[in-house]
Design a binder for this molecule. Structure first.
Ligand code: SF4
Length: 506
């Protein structure tokens, strides 16, 4: 029997007519192999991350499913258009995920035409998490049942017993190998792929620029720890895990159970995970994370300015005392208290052998050029080995997106630049600094952090094995080189090229 062909696509980023291509990426997107896990055997599945591979528009598929980050969604609409033009009713094109959901269901658009265009080229749009609706849709397709255009998920899925991603479908040669923090029998460092693992969904914090709480809910849902560990144990041994949860420690009781089980079951896979600063209030949790194999803790620090954090409701970084000091208008004291708190959290992670990896946002309310340099120098003094810096970007689905749109301060009519590497709003009206000055200070402060002097200074401030120092020195040199060219280093972008689309071939 001939099988139906199914294409699962993550589109590339597109700015104007230029498409971003990458030679390699750090790790695969988890959504496509997760969708693949629900697909019955009557389908042959192709997974394409367009940043790393080209799409063959001349190939006929029965169903094409597109999911996109906000900077990829413009291209996603174009891919749908090209396939529709080529194959008309012989293909069903479906879209889903956070951005399609919010644009279609709640009008998070930059122009009225944007939504109309999506509805014109897509046969179906899935609203909300598709764990229940996607398999039913495929079942109906096989039975010949025609479904409604907008397929709304009625309830948030229970994560118990849902399948784990089909990582066997990932083309691993498209990804970079990373140091595994392990050595072989000769004492040389081992390298392996980064594999994403999801344990939970949701976030209780509801920051003003973020859509996670709105899409996945404020109530945390999690996969049973035993199921997660069973999945991890089936993965190849020479891999590094990356937990994709926005905060691995949202429910400390669950997270401790997971880490204890990983230790008891001798999983022995090192991992990276995102934590909040408040996670470190629980010393036992951090110790268990380290024993379970945690090597890097990604922390959304965002700012050392307490008022900036309050302006976006970043409560996950703020101890109660900071709120009290702000209430009493003691802003300088609040800032000093916050820096001391961050410093204590960094020390707690480091003392267990976990490297804190903070990320900083530039362009929050209350930001100024002086703050940017102060933030970078604070992180250098703390001996932070890696950090990333992003422009403030309101996500589709967030409160600030609607506010910025209403006040007409968003500079673009398309989403291609919404990757936090571009300033997408007019800063003069919000911060009293013109965009150009903010951009110059952004790159200069970033360069200061990754200057050769500061790389050596930061390494000298850390007690860690010599081999690890060498490893961080090399990674920092890559970052230094990227930042010197004003290229965001975290997404392996120095191995990026922007290509002009040749529309005649489509
Ligand atoms: S930014 Fe992080 S802490 Fe804030 S709502 Fe989003 S996921 Fe939660």
């Amino acid at each position: 029997m001939n099988k139906h062909k199914l294409l699962l696509v993550k589109p590339a980023q597109m700015v104007g007519s230029r498409i971003r291509k990458q030679y390699k990426a750090y790790f695969p997107n988890i959504t496509l192999p997760t969708l693949a896990a629900y697909v019955p055997h009557e389908f042959d599945i192709d997974i394409i991350d367009e940043t790393l591979e080209n799409i063959d528009f001349s190939k006929q598929y029965s169903i094409i499913a597109i999911t996109a980050l906000q900077q990829n969604i413009d291209r996603g609409v174009l891919i749908a258009k090209y396939f529709k033009k080529a194959w008309k009713d012989k293909v069903l094109i479906v879209g889903g995920g956070i951005n399609f959901s919010f644009i279609i269901a709640e009008d998070y658009c930059l122009t009225k035409e944007y939504k109309e265009e999506i509805l014109k080229y897509f046969d179906h749009i899935f609203i909300g998490e598709a764990d229940y609706t996607w398999p039913l849709f495929l079942e109906d397709f096989l039975k010949g049942v025609k479904r409604e255009k907008i397929i709304q998920s009625e309830k948030r899925p229970d994560l118990k017993n849902i399948p784990f991603p089909r990582i066997d479908l990932i083309k691993w040669k498209l990804y970079s190998k990373m140091p595994l923090y392990k050595t072989n029998f000769l004492g040389f460092p081992k390298f392996g792929y980064l594999v994403p693992v999801e344990t939970s969904r949701g976030c209780p914090h509801d920051c003003a620029y973020c859509c996670v709480s709105k899409y996945w809910g404020k109530q945390i849902r999690y996969r049973p720890a035993a199921e997660v560990v069973k999945h991890i144990k089936k993965l190849p041994r020479d891999m590094l895990l990356i937990f994709t949860d926005d905060n691995i420690a949202s429910i400390p009781k669950y997270t401790k159970e997971l880490f204890r089980l990983m230790i008891r079951e001798k999983v022995e896979q090192n991992f990276f995970a995102q934590f909040t600063f408040r996670s470190a209030d629980d010393a036992e949790l951090i110790e268990l994370a380290a024993k379970a194999g945690c090597k890097n803790a990604y922390l959304g620090m965002e700012s050392i300015q307490p008022e900036s954090l309050v302006s976006v409701n970043k409560s996950s970084n703020l101890p109660e005392r900071v709120y009290d000091l702000i209430k009493n208008n003691e802003l300088d004291k609040a800032k000093e208290f916050l820096k001391a708190y961050y410093s204590e959290v960094f020390s707690k992670f480091k003392s267990c052998g976990i490297h804190p990896f903070p990320s900083v946002i530039v362009g929050l309310s209350g930001d100024n050029v002086k703050n940017m340099y102060e933030t970078v120098r604070f992180l250098v003094d703390e001996g932070i080995m890696l950090m990333t810096q992003w422009f403030y970007t309101p996500f589709i689905g967030s409160r600030h997106f609607k506010d910025f749109d209403k006040h007409e301060i968003i500079r673009y009519k398309k989403f291609g630049r919404f990757d936090a590497g571009y300033l997408v709003f007019n800063t003069a009206s919000v911060l009293g600094i013109v965009n150009k000055d903010l951009e110059v200070a952004f790159w200069d402060s970033y360069k200061e952090f990754y200057s050769l002097n500061n790389i050596l200074k930061r390494i000298s401030k850390n007690r860690m094995p010599f081999k690890e120092k060498v490893m961080f020195f090399i990674i920092n040199l890559f970052y230094y080189q990227a930042v010197a060219q004003r290229i965001e280093p975290f997404t392996l972008s120095w191995r990026t090229k922007w290509v002009c689309e040749n529309r005649r071939n489509l």
